[in-house]
Ligand binder design. Sequence first.
Ligand SMILES: Nc1ncnc2c1ncn2[C@@H]1O[C@H](COP(=O)(O)OP(=O)(O)O)[C@@H](O)[C@H]1O
Ligand SMILES: [Mg+2]
Length: 159
Amino acid sequence: MQDSHTWKLFSLEDTNHIGWCLAKSLKGTENIFIYGNLGTGKTSLCRAIISSMGYKDRIKSPTYTIIEHYNIDGFYINHLDLYRIADPEELFFSGISEQLMTGVSLIEWPDNGSGILKKPDVKIYLDYEDNCRSIHIVSSSASGANLLSSIRSLVNLKD
Ligand SMILES: Nc1ncnc2c1ncn2[C@@H]1O[C@H](COP(=O)(O)OP(=O)(O)O)[C@@H](O)[C@H]1O
Ligand SMILES: [Mg+2]
C-alpha cells in the first residue's frame, strides 16, 4: 500500500504533464494532500489537474476563499488552500468536512487542518532542487496505490 515515486520537474510544462497524468488516473473520490513551501507549484499542479479534467474557465487560487468547488460534467473536485487557517478548529465550525464528502479533494497546506481532515490516499511533496523542482508522491491507501501505479504508467519524465 505504501509506495512512492519521485520525478524531477524542469519546467511548468513538466508540472502540467504530471497534473494531466494525475487527472487521467483519478477515480473520483481520492483525498490528496499537497505539501511544499510557497512557490513550489502546489496551485499550478491543482490547476493542471482541474483543466486536464476538462474545466475551461479560469481556475482561481483558493488562498482567500479556502475552498473552491468544480463540477466537470458530474466529476466533482474540491480544491482547498489552508495556508490562512491558523487553527484547525476554524475548519471544524465552517462545515468544510461535509463539503469534502463528495468528489476528489486537493488540499494545499493540509497540516493546518490536522485532526479535521480525513486521512489522505496520497501525499504529494513539491520541492526546490538545485537546478529544478521535484515531486514526490507517496501512497497511503489501496486507492492511493492504484492512483500512483496508474500515474507511473502514464508519466513521461526522467526520475
Ligand atoms: N515545475 C516548475 N518549474 C518552474 N516554474 C514553476 C513550476 N511549477 C510552478 N511554477 C511557477 O511557480 C510559481 C508559483 O507556483 P504556485 O503554483 O503558485 O505555487 P504554490 O501554490 O506552491 O505557492 C508560478 O509562477 C508557477 O508558474
Ligand atoms: Mg498555492
